[in-house]
Ligand binder design. Structure first.
Ligand code: ADP
Length: 217
């Protein structure tokens, strides 16, 4: 992880140093200083996002016991995250959800909210203009199933198993600003709750992420 992380941080650090050196070489106009500062700010923000994600990760890996598990109402959690995220309306995408009543589970509220938020954020990020997102929560016989489906750009079959790896970004994400850590965080959170996650997807035809947890009843 450390070697991946330092690799990811190397680019923004190099850009920041190069900008500073260039600006300090000789006197510059105020426009040039402003341009340089904007580049430094952009790279600094990128580093800050990366560092925050890395710290979240490390906490989950090294100090998993600091996340308390308690009996919670998954129905309420999913409804509340979906309600908030439906307000995003990015690219005129519409988010709908169908949530079964009284689905209870023992877990960590903050982590489970994060997991769902990350999946829905991706559905927006890799969604098409005027697309749709559909979130569903239901009890199956032995399991609880939570799924997030989109009709976005999809993921090539050969990349589907790799997207849960840290820093991995599929070909489809070239034009999109991400860190490649969202889904690996989702994966860790699912593991933390002894669940499973899978993806069904086809290029150009959207993706469905399915999380299952053992039923506590
Ligand atoms: P990123 O910050 O790049 O979004 P993630 O770890 O969240 O990183 O996702 C890893 C990669 O998986 C993304 O770069 C993208 O290529 C692909 N991906 C994730 N979710 C979706 C989705 N809903 N539709 C299409 N591709 C997706």
């Amino acid at each position: 992880f450390t070697s991946d992380a330092s690799h990811e941080l190397r680019t923004p650090v190099s850009v920041i140093l190069a900008q500073c050196e260039l600006s300090l070489e000789e006197p510059r106009s105020s426009e040039e200083y402003e341009d340089a500062l904007r580049t430094i700010q952009r790279q600094g923000r990128k580093m800050s996002k990366l560092v925050n994600h890395m710290l979240d990760f490390t906490r989950l890996e090294m100090r998993a016991d600091s996340y308390m598990r308690q009996k919670l109402d998954l129905t309420e959690l999913v409804r509340s995250v979906c309600f908030d995220m439906a307000l995003i309306q990015e690219k005129e995408i519409v988010l709908n959800y169908e949530v079964q009543e009284q689905v209870e589970f023992v877990g960590n509220y903050q982590l489970l909210s994060r997991m769902l938020t990350n999946l829905i954020s991706n559905a927006y990020r890799y969604g098409k203009e005027q697309g749709h997102i559909f979130v569903s929560l239901k009890h199956l016989e032995q399991e609880i199933e939570l799924s997030v489906a989109d009709d976005g750009i999809g993921i090539a079959t050969e990349e589907q198993e790799k997207i849960f790896r840290r820093f991995y970004q599929a070909d489809n994400s070239r034009s999109v600003a991400g860190t490649g850590l969202g889904l690996s965080m989702v994966y860790e959170i699912v593991q933390f709750h002894d669940g499973t996650i899978s993806v069904e997807s086809e290029l150009q035809n959207g993706s469905t992420f399915i999380v299952t947890f053992k039923n506590i009843n």
